[in-house]
Design a protein around this ligand. Structure first.
Ligand code: PAF
Length: 284
């Protein structure tokens, strides 16, 4: 696996690969890789000749009081993990190179960036769409792979690609979960042993929502109130939001309609760690 740090070197390598007629996939990550990321790389391999995994803890997508400085970083570990699933290139740019002094340009996807995660983290998606655009321009991929874990991120990026006529296929890969249902995330590392046990309540509440829908509940308010009861039974849990939305527009749905798909998503603080999870449910 080749490690590239310089933007100009990555640019040239991508250009060379394109000239050789190779199909390039990019898997953007913030590192501290886990099985969820590795599944993205495996899927990327199925869609391209060359897979570029990027590792960059992007400062512009963290709010002022968020975990940018404590976000886990371990490049040696990431190198081994990325190589184990045969990523061809690891692109690891520096913050100074990505955002030099006098950096001025941001990409904003309106509306879709302002709800759910965007409400709690106001400049988050501006940072995500900006860095993803930069990574696309640097790695020149034909296809890019993202995880369903960040459902809204995938929706925002799909909208950006469509609106800006970006000629890149976006693939979204299902969530990888721990044995007890907790969605894999680099942030799970922050949880104490007791919090780790309580953190399964996110997925359990999504399973409860699914059961309620299967038993005939069609009012989002009824589903949210049962999920709330279950989550708040855990002493360390504090709900940021629970929402049932239409997946393409992220508009809240109050009454569920048969045959439609609803995105049930939530953000919950477990102690000082903010976790997110979601499911897509087809209404019977
Ligand atoms: O999903 C992530 O890890 C990040 O938001 C991404 C897409 C790598 C942009 O920094």
């Amino acid at each position: 696996m080749k490690i590239i740090e310089a933007i100009h070197e990555m640019h040239h390598a991508a250009e060379d690969l394109r000239q050789q007629g190779k199909r390039i996939a990019v898997v953007p990550t913030m590192g501290y890789l886990h099985d969820g990321h590795l599944s993205l790389i495996r899927v990327a391999k199925q869609h391209a000749d060359v897979v570029i995994t990027t590792i960059f803890v992007n400062p512009t997508q963290f709010g002022p009081n968020e975990d940018f400085t404590k976000y886990p970083r371990d490049l040696d570990r990431d190198k081994k993990l990325a190589a184990s699933v045969e990523s061809d290139i690891l692109f690891v740019p520096s913050a100074e190179a990505m955002y030099p002094e006098l950096y001025r340009t941001y990409v904003i996807v309106e509306q879709l960036s302002e709800v759910l995660e965007g409400k709690s983290r106001p400049s988050h998606f501006r940072g995500v769409t900006t860095v993803v655009t930069k990574l696309f321009n640097i790695t020149r991929p034909h296809v890019a792979v993202f995880g369903q874990k960040d459902a809204q991120q995938a929706i925002v990026i799909n909208q950006m690609v469509k609106d800006l006529n970006v000629d890149i296929e976006i693939i979204v890969v299902p969530i990888v979960r721990e044995h007890d249902g907790l969605a894999m995330s680099s942030r799970n590392l922050y949880l104490s042993a007791t919090e780790r046990m309580q953190s399964t309540v996110l997925f359990r509440s999504l399973q409860l929502a699914e059961e309620l829908i299967d038993r005939g509940e069609r009012q989002s308010s009824g589903i949210i109130s049962e999920m709330t009861k279950l989550i708040t039974s855990q002493p360390s849990a504090r709900i940021d939001y629970i929402s049932l939305t239409e997946p393409a527009t992220l508009q809240e749905v109050s009454t569920l309609c048969s045959g439609k798909t609803v995105l049930i998503s939530l953000a919950v603080w477990i102690g000082t760690t903010r976790l997110i999870d979601n499911i897509l449910k087809v209404i019977p």
